[in-house]
Design a protein around this ligand. Sequence first.
Ligand code: F6P
Length: 535
Amino acid sequence: MSDIWNKLQENHSAADGRTIISLFDDPERFDRFSVETDGLLLDFSKTGIDRAALDLLQDLADDRGVAGKRDAMFRGERINRSEDRAVLHTALRASGSEPLIVDGEDVRPGIRETLRAMENFADGIRSGRIPAAKGGAFTDVVNIGIGGSDLGPVMAVRALSPYHNGPRCHFVSNVDGAQISDTLQKLDPRSTLVIIASKTFTTIETMTNAETAISWLKNALGSKAVSHLAAVSTALDKTAGMGISPERVFGFADWVGGRYSLWGPVGLPIMLAIGPAEFRNFLAGARAMDTHFLTAPADRNMPLLMGLVGIWHRNICRYPTRAILPYDQRLAKLPAYLQQLDMESNGKRVSNRGTPLERSSGPVVWGEAGTNGQHAFYQLLHQGTEIIPAELLVAAGSHEPSLRDHHDLLKANCLAQSEALMLGRSPEQALEMAAALGYTGEEQRVQAAYRTFPGNRPSMTLAYPLLTPFSLGQIIALYEHRVFVEGAIWGINSFDQWGVELGKELASALVPMIKGAPAEDKDLSTQALIRKLSV
Ligand code: F6P
């Protein structure tokens, strides 16, 4: 295996000084370095990967057994080794009827039953068949959850606003009382449904916000408050303890990871917002990507190729971050969503076997909607000292046909950025510009230096016809599988998250000290900060 890594490194070194644009001397480059499935196009031709490197990356995937690991995941094997669990979020969107056995039981009937129960509930809320305490339909829904119990629904609800035809959805995640206070003060408890979403039903932020929301409901509704509550969890014993009636509780199994959970009950706010039929289209988009991932040949397999490009940038080029740049305002929450999906999954330093990794694993993921980012951090993307591979997302069409000029401008900006990153502006061109502006001598050189763009900075573009429930499902499933491919190559467990535990433990221990208990066993900085923060 190290032989393949070495060959990749040699390929990279040998290409030192070669420009990305020169790779387009190969007239077939775009065809070879792009892939399309069900209308979704991934163009990775504007990267420094050449044919030899791509072949080596495919060898690496073979060597690391990516296809076998993929099949094991879809079969329901316990690939989440540290938690001894299967990883089957794909089953939530599958249509197959052949049994899928986990722990000796076919899980498909339960998945179908839960989906039907969600649909029945969503239809009831949306139509007013399940009325609010003051009579009439619920007007608003507040989803209380954090991490995977928040980011997916927030991202998808915002992404699909043209499809909204149900109650307004609001999201409270932060334990900071500012968020729940700002949210609830705009709402009428008599027409607001509160969903408490927590896989474990122990997460302190969510439990704290849930208590506050329940008090808010009780103040207005008294004993009828429970009729304004629903819960989403794997811990059905704990939801019962909160007095939520069983027909308002939507369960899922531990083989659905939090950050992979929006396809099932955690997606209830999405279903309430867009309706069950469009939610099924969302699932269908993800299912189409699953089928593609399982069946497309390696050189046409979008998640595999996207993962291999990621490996190239992270391990061979050693770029520390990747930027997610949706030229689609409705995907403004996608970078935040992908931060959890990618960094909680692949931000690991030991292998599946608990040994230190020999190579870097997941990069820092960040981003912002284009064009806003252009007026903020793109300066660094174009002329900073770090190279940051960019991932641009853009739709051919928009939901605002009367604003065609806006969309044309948006698309032009998207294409301009990937072009500028690749081509840059040469010192000669910059000198000409400076001369045209009247600069001479040393000042001309200085002015030209400011205006020089090194270029040769890689980007990928994901293009889709229109942001629909189907295409959103495809895009999210694509990113899930890309994370899987990278994790498989690094040999890590992409489905646990031990790194979030320590902070939680320390926070619990600090609460009494914040309230005045002695803190002398804490370091001097923490002690001083406790004093500074006491009011
Ligand atoms: O703290 C991290 C985490 O465990 C995430 O993995 C998860 O999505 C989030 O907390 C919320 O967990 P829960 O759904 O159990 O409240």
